[in-house]
Design a protein around this ligand. Structure first.
Ligand SMILES: *[C@@H]1O[C@H](CO)[C@@H](O)[C@H](O)[C@H]1NC(C)=O
Ligand SMILES: *[C@@H]1O[C@H](CO)[C@@H](O)[C@H](O)[C@H]1NC(C)=O
Ligand SMILES: *[C@@H]1O[C@H](CO)[C@@H](O)[C@H](O)[C@H]1NC(C)=O
Ligand SMILES: *[C@@H]1O[C@H](CO)[C@@H](O)[C@H](O)[C@H]1NC(C)=O
Ligand SMILES: *[C@@H]1O[C@H](CO)[C@@H](O)[C@H](O)[C@H]1NC(C)=O
Ligand SMILES: *[C@@H]1O[C@H](CO)[C@@H](O)[C@H](O)[C@H]1NC(C)=O
Ligand SMILES: *[C@@H]1O[C@H](CO)[C@@H](O)[C@H](O)[C@H]1NC(C)=O
Ligand SMILES: *[C@@H]1O[C@H](CO)[C@@H](O)[C@H](O)[C@H]1NC(C)=O
Length: 894
């Protein structure tokens, strides 16, 4: 490899750490070389000027011979696995101008001898596990431009003259260390500074830096410093920021700033995008000049002592996405102008003294995902406009206010919402309409005046983990569906007026997971509840008589039976809930899976795909419930990527229309080969493919079931595309990936080809296989990236297959005819002829028959619109969801 020392422009393209052109003598090994040891024979290249070994897997320590490369000016060894410290002899290479070693687990301290590098302009050793203080000789390197040592364990303080000793600094980055002392005032003299990043250290003293000469600065991050200070700050530094016209990011979160935010805050750069001043002790009012910072996307002022009104000028911050004013003492109304913030996704206003109505203009914040207004003094009704925001998917918290009226029926539009808190907010009426918020996992309704029974509509909230309806006026029996919700982790029914028997299974089997206190008419349940026994009902009476007989005949037998019964029951009750709580965190071993699937026996094989086989099994640790174990064929090309894609996709998502993953296994099998598997909940009703095409399924799906399934799949896609933190493209939607649970509810599974837009993963999984023939859109065939539009195409084909009962690969589709065309040609008058006969039930009246036909036409239209060849012309999945819901509403009301 010493022969490789000629320069090669093509090898270095794409690597940009060194800005200047490369001199003649250099060695470049970017990215893809695996060494066992640092090469020692490089020492022959005594004329080497640039040595680039970054981004490999080099291990071991830097060899002594390296110091013989006396002409080296640039040494790039970052992102390897080098250990053994940064050796002092490197200081002998006095020609060094750029030293880039970040991302190696070196350890040790920074050698004093590096102070010999008089020509050094770039020093970058972030994340190198370095200890001790920065030697003073380093601060003598007056030509330094980049000085970056973040994410180490460096201690000690910075010399007060740093800014005068290193006047050319452009990039000073020492975040995540243990530095102490004051932040030197002389930094005010680093007039070329662009980035000042000192977050998460233990600097003390006042923040006195004068930023007025730092014209080029664009990032100032000093957050999490200056603790234990008690003196008031004059906040003068804010005035000095006026001239920093390139400032983008100002982060002074948790800096113990005490004082009034000066009006001059409004004179900061229009480029300023991030302003974090939360967790300080800023008091007085929030100056209305804040509205001049028109570039802001994030404004965090939470946890201060601001009082007075929230200035209405906040409505001018048109780019704002994140606004947090929570935990202050703001009073007066919530300005209606917040409704002007059309890009707002998160709004925190909780724990203030805000009064008046919740402004209905919040309904204009069409991107709002999370809204927190709890612990204020808000009055009036819940405005229906905020309930009509389809974007509201994460959390809506209005609790601890003094609202009035009932829950508006518009709550039904919040189909994607996962958390709702309306506790202690003085609401009344029934809770029936909440049953439509089918994605809820957390629901807090305690301390209101809700009345009536727990409606059966709530049974659709099967993903609920927490349900607190305590302290209301609810009555009636405890409905049976509560005991069947497997994900329920906490249930509080206390202080209502419930009656009848408390169940003993499901969540009711573990007294620490539920509370029924203060309901005088309840009976039965776990013995530990101490409730009275329930009065015998008819059938129980018979059993009682039988028991009496038994007593007469064989009293001893009875005693034995009773004992056995009690023992068994106790055992059963105490186990499942414990395991279900730890369920999500457990990982299983190869041996457990071996046992669960009876040695991966063929009898348990329920499916086989290119990258994997799926087995049915029973996992001890999963409460003896059946699971589906997907074992990756690691030999097959792309299987590793597929596993990573799937794990990554699952880490980010959770929705009731998506197949729930229970655990994963990454281990070795008995022969020592790599073994990877994913464990899902088992879907007893098989896949949509089975129902449509397998002769084993004699009964068929009816029309309502089919449209319900399609609606749920569309909701799942909408969730993946639009409601997750990262957009997820499924990539392989088809009937065999749509699984049906006990209640015939659809769950979308198999994320083996999923692609997370905006992550590294997308490059990985975009190569190779894309989708399945028939379902993959035409553009994948010509090598285009997987996109959401591609999923919509697959959905369109899926819809047409579900409705017509014909696979896209059916023999009849030859010579230019396709499933899409077949359906398209039937529109609008002949739709009934292409619909799967099994789906249609003859309607009693002509009017109804007409309505059904209209629904069929509308459904086929969706399928056709989704599966057009041109990606941008395909229907939007949000619209598909709404349309299918509308069709379902019509069909259900026939
Ligand atoms: C570095 O230079 C010093 C003298 O300047 C010398 O004593 C030492 O041996 C050198 N170290 C190496 C490893 O070459
Ligand atoms: C820094 O440089 C000055 C003069 O160039 C010298 O006197 C001083 O000893 C040096 N300090 C350190 C710590 O190397
Ligand atoms: C900044 O530089 C000037 C001129 O070199 C000097 O007089 C002044 O003391 C320096 N300021 C600080 C805070 O070091
Ligand atoms: C800001 O810049 C102007 C020139 O653009 C200069 O006159 C003024 O002194 C600077 N302000 C501060 C506080 O340094
Ligand atoms: C600061 O902003 C205010 C308006 O908020 C403006 O009147 C004033 O002229 C500005 N001052 C400077 C120095 O830009
Ligand atoms: C903000 O909204 C208010 C009404 O809430 C409106 O009068 C005002 O013109 C809007 N301002 C901007 C800048 O859009
Ligand atoms: C709540 O508001 C009502 C008027 O709607 C008022 O009578 C009542 O005193 C308020 N309660 C509290 C605790 O502020
Ligand atoms: C259930 O709710 C009641 C009333 O809101 C409360 O006092 C109790 O602490 C809650 N139980 C648990 C276990 O949190």
């Amino acid at each position: 490899m010493t022969e490789t020392s000629a320069s090669s422009a093509s090898l270095i393209s794409g690597t940009t750490a060194f800005k200047e052109p490369f001199p003649m003598n250099l060695v470049v090994f970017p990215g893809y070389i695996v060494f066992i040891l640092m090469p020692t024979n490089l020492s022959g290249c005594s004329n080497l000027e640039v040595l680039w070994l970054a981004g490999n897997k080099l291990v071991g320590s830097i060899p002594k011979e390296m110091s013989l490369l006396s002409k080296i000016s640039r040494l790039a060894i970052h992102d390897n696995k080098l250990t053994g410290g940064i050796p002092p002899f490197l200081g002998n290479i006095t020609s060094m101008e750029g030293f880039s070693a970040g991302g190696n687990p070196f350890g040790g301290s920074i050698p004093d001898t590096l102070g010999h590098w008089k020509s050094l302009t770039e020093f970058d050793s972030g994340g190198c596990n370095l200890y001790g203080s920065i030697p003073h000789s380093i601060f003598n390197l007056s030509l330094l431009v980049t000085f970056s040592l973040p994410d180490n364990h460096l201690t000690g303080s910075l010399p007060s003259e740093i800014g005068n000793q290193i006047p050319n600094l452009e990039y000073l980055q020492l975040r995540n260390n243990e530095l102490t002392g004051v932040l030197p005032l002389s930094i005010s003299n680093c007039s070329k500074l662009g980035t000042l990043e000192m977050s998460n250290n233990s600097f003390t003293g006042k923040l006195t830096i004068d930023f007025s000469k730092l014209r080029d600065i664009n990032i100032i991050r000093l957050d999490n410093n200056f603790h234990g200070r008690r003196e008031a700050d004059n906040m003068r530094f804010v005035d000095s920021l006026k001239n920093c016209t390139r400032l983008v990011d100002l982060n002074l979160y948790n800096c113990n700033l005490i004082g009034v935010l000066p009006i001059s805050i409004g004179n900061l750069s229009h480029q300023l995008s991030f302003l974090y001043l939360g967790h300080n002790q800023l008091f007085g009012s929030l100056p209305s000049s804040i509205g001049s910072l028109v570039g802001l996307t994030t404004l965090s002022l939470a946890n201060n002592i601001f009082k007075g009104r929230i200035p209405t000028t906040i409505g001018k911050l048109q780019k704002l996405q994140y606004l947090s004013l929570s935990r202050n003492q703001f009073s007066g109304p919530i300005p209606g102008a917040i409704g002007n913030l059309s890009l707002l996704t998160i709004l925190y206003l909780e724990n203030n003294k805000l009064e008046g109505h919740i402004p209905s203009s919040l309904g204009n914040c069409k991107e709002l995902n999370e809204l927190y207004l709890a612990h204020n003094r808000l009055t009036g009704k819940v405005p229906k406009q905020i309930l009509q925001l389809p974007s509201l998917t994460i959390f809506l918290d209005l609790s601890y206010n003094n609202l009035s009226g009932s829950i508006p029926s518009e709550i039904k539009y919040l189909k994607m919402l996962s958390g709702l808190a309306l506790s202690y907010s003085n609401l009344s009426g029934t809770i029936t309409s909440i049953g439509e918020c089918i994605s809820l996992t957390k629901l807090y309704l305690s301390g209101n005046i809700f009345e009536g029974i727990i409606p059966s509509s709530l049974s659709s909230l099967r993903g609920l983990e927490v349900l607190d309806i305590s302290q209301n006026k609810l009555s009636g029996k405890i409905p049976q569906f509560l005991e069947k919700w497997h994900s329920l982790e906490f249930l509080n029914l206390s202080f209502n007026d419930f009656e009848g028997e408390v169940p003993v299974v499901g969540v009711f089997a573990n007294a620490s997971l539920f509370s029924v206190l203060g309901n005088d008419k309840l009976c039965g349940g776990l013995v530990t509840l101490g409730l009275p026994k329930c009065k015998e009902t008819g059938s129980k009476k018979k059993r009682f008589i039988f028991l009496i007989l038994l007593i007469v005949i064989a009293p001893t037998l009875l005693i034995i039976l009773c004992c056995v019964y009690v023992l068994c029951k106790k055992k059963r009750n105490s186990q499942p809930s414990e395991s279900s709580r730890s369920e999500r965190f457990m990982k299983v071993s190869y041996n457990q899976l071996l046992k669960a699937t009876d040695g991966f026996s063929t009898e348990n094989l329920i499916g086989e795909g290119g990258h994997s086989s799926v087995y049915k099994g029973i996992l001890d640790s999963n409460d003896d419930k059946s699971v589906a174990v997907k074992v990756l064929h690691l030999q097959s090309r792309g299987a590793h990527k597929s596993f990573i894609a799937e794990c990554e996709a699952w880490r980010n998502i959770r929705h009731r229309s998506l197949l729930k993953i229970i655990t994963s296994c990454s281990s070795t099998d008995l022969q020592g080969n790599d073994f990877k598997a994913l464990v899902y909940e088992f879907m007893p009703n098989g896949s949509v493919h089975d129902w449509l095409h397998s002769s084993a399924y004699t009964s068929k799906l009816n029309l309502l079931q089919r449209i319900n399934i399609l609606r749920d799949v569309a909701i799942a896609l909408d969730y993946l595309h639009n409601r997750c933190q990262t957009t997820i493209v499924h990539g392989d939607l088809k009937p065999s990936n749509i699984l049906l649970d006990d209640d015939m509810v659809a769950h979308v599974g198999d994320f083996g080809l999923a692609r997370l837009l905006g992550t590294d993963l997308n490059q990985n999984s975009s190569s190779g296989v894309k989708g399945t023939i028939g379902y993959a859109p035409p553009e994948y065939g010509i090598g285009r990236e997987m996109t959401c539009c591609g999923d919509v195409y697959s959905f369109g084909i899926l819809l047409l297959e579900v409705m017509t009962g014909k696979k896209p690969t059916n023999d009849m589709f030859i010579g230019g005819l396709s499933l899409h065309k077949f359906a398209y040609m039937a529109l609008p008058d002949h739709v009934i002829d292409v619909i799967d006969n099994d789906a249609i039930v003859l309607q009693s009246t002509e009017a109804n028959a007409k309505k059904v036909e209209e629904c069929l036409v509308a459904t086929i239209k969706i399928g056709v619109s989704c599966s057009v060849d041109s990606p941008p012309q395909r229907m939007k999945i949000e619209i598909v969801v709404n349309e299918l819901q509308r069709i379902l509403d019509v069909l259900q009301n026939l």
